[in-house]
Design a protein around this ligand. Sequence first.
Ligand SMILES: Cc1ncc(COP(=O)(O)O)c(C=O)c1O
Length: 406
Amino acid sequence: MTIQADSIRKAFPILSRTVNKRPLVYFDNAATTQKPQVVMDRLMHYYSYENSNIHRGAHFLSQQATEAYESARATIRAFIHARHNHEVIFTRGTTEAINLVAYSYTKKFVKPGDEVLISAMEHHSNIVPWQIACQELNARLKVIPMNERGELDMEAYAKLLTGKTRIVALTHVSNALGTVNPLKEIIRQAHNMDIPVLIDGAQAIPHMAVDVQDLDCDFYCFSGHKMYGPMGVGVLYGKEEWLNQMPPYQGGGEMIREVTFSGTTYNELPFKFEAGTPNVADVLGMESAVKFISHLGHEHIAAHENALLEYALSQMEQLDQIRFIGTASQRTSVISFLFKDIHPYDTGTILDKLGVAVRTGHHCAQPIMDFFEIPGTVRVSLAIYNTKKEVDILIEALKKVREMFG
Ligand SMILES: Cc1ncc(COP(=O)(O)O)c(C=O)c1O
């Protein structure tokens, strides 16, 4: 089966609307993807017929909702090929998943003078939680540098791994550059020194098959809303040997075994890390999104998106004075660029007037912009429903931008 973007588009009601009196061309998928009808139907169905709090009621609805929630966990375990269901922790998204590890893992394993290693191409979500933890614990945050193409400097990486490094945390795919990092090699080198690795998978999971056992990563984080699912839900995958040793991140209902005023014992995995009433409806919506992706097949998704990426790059290259930011040999679905000497915000605003939605600015990755000494970029990010025709509309719109700015 090859991806027929035209027919897939029918599953996404929003794609048939107009913006500024023109058909919507949605190229802001790295910020959030649109949602297929099946995902929205799942949310409606849950609230219409199944709504109930889980894990606590003796009644039918509660049991049914509990089963649905736990079955979603099993679907997601299979999707990322985790070993156990209880290695899948539901969170509010990638940000919360990283914060959980940055708080809980460091509390147990990081001592003053230890080091945490991140990379030069991280989203703020994979920088700030580690900064906070390092400040609290008097540890040092170190950064793997990158080159002008937006590829990690692997020689520098090898030198930065030391006896003091307690964790490596880096992105699978850069949201601002599109770089796909060589995770297996990175993880292998860290594991040679018994250092665990956390992967920020927010920008990878919608585009490529992720097998956490094959990668052998220790933690893998992603968000539902960037993979055709709802906002407000995401996943922390963690190897049970780490999760079992880590203290809880938040206290409350569900995460306890027994509470007395003199002390509390904690529940087993995964509940130890899911304090309070969970976001059941959105977990079920995320499960529908996973089934939607699995039905299409990651290899077909990647083939479609990579062909579209090549096409868009080849068309854009023919425009005068395009400067691409991020030209890594391994990349996916993101094109960051500057057009002539026009401020990215101006380019983005005119594209919007012409019905083309892109993102402009620093993309929550200010250190990347500092590295390239630019205020920000225009970012076109692709998804399964984008078409060559839409790329052609983008090119025509960019020509208009050029005309307007002479
Ligand atoms: C690479 C990367 N990491 C983390 C995040 C944060 O994701 P969320 O806001 O869904 O928690 C994003 C969002 O853009 C991202 O692109």
